[in-house]
Ligand binder design. Sequence first.
Ligand code: G3P
Ligand code: CA
Length: 299
Amino acid sequence: MRSLAALLVLASVAVAADKPVAPYTKPTCIAHRGASFDAPEHTLAAYELALKYGADFVEPDLQLTKDGVLVCLHDTTLERTTNVKDVFPDRAKEVNGKKTWPVAEFTLKEIQMLDAGGWKDKKFAGQRVPTFQQMIDAVKGKAGIIPETKAPEVYGKLGLNMEKELMAVLKANKLDAPGADPKTPVVIQSFSAESLKALRKDHACRLPLVYLFTVDQTAEKLKEMKEYADGIAPNKALVLKRPGLVADAHALGMSVTVWTCRSGSTGQFKDVKAEMRHMLKELKVDAIFTDNPDQFPKE
Ligand code: G3P
Ligand code: CA
């Protein structure tokens, strides 16, 4: 005879298969770096377009300036997405024989002199690197926000504390507690388990935390993750290879968010909409990071 505990687990999996797992309340579209297929990633233009496309959440990746301000950028360096090499040609560092311009060596004032849109298309010239605060101002009341603590260890070595700064900005905007603003749910994500642990333990963060990873995890490992994460965010290749990862997480009450679905990089699927539909309907993921929020299946 099955034990009551086993029956409860089975029941929770059955529920999880039909209903997205908290903090998500429906199949959830996350605009990855904004609507970054059509607009330059991490610019206000990309965030505003994501809102126009109806994204449920907008993603800012976070870095810290020399003067300790959170800015929205994917890379720890400025050269891929700005014209820093033209504006500050003499400020490059040489790393492995390559010139690079680390975010942490520039003040906010200097970073906001840079063009962050022209590399994508001339029509976006003049877009700036937004601060996290500017991102919040653009999105609050219109969608959720899912900030990623990027390379917090890099900044820790420089005496900066990304988790502390993040919680301070969220608090100043009254977004630091679950449900604080029903129109703007906040979820925090990181590849760094240490960062999530620090948020929970050192900063008493009660917001949902999501752990990003690129290597398949056993159910046992997921159980360990549950100590510091409410959800998992595997690379999409992992769930395509082992769909049972989703059920393993759901059985523990953890949400599953996959990344990144983008036009032109959809493998066996005919287009990004078909890929996202498969992720939601067949693999039962709860949320998807996508560069193409306009293609997110609504039905
Ligand atoms: O945060 C989800 C996804 O964005 C992880 O990849 O490198 O685009 O930040 P990355
Ligand atoms: Ca990210």
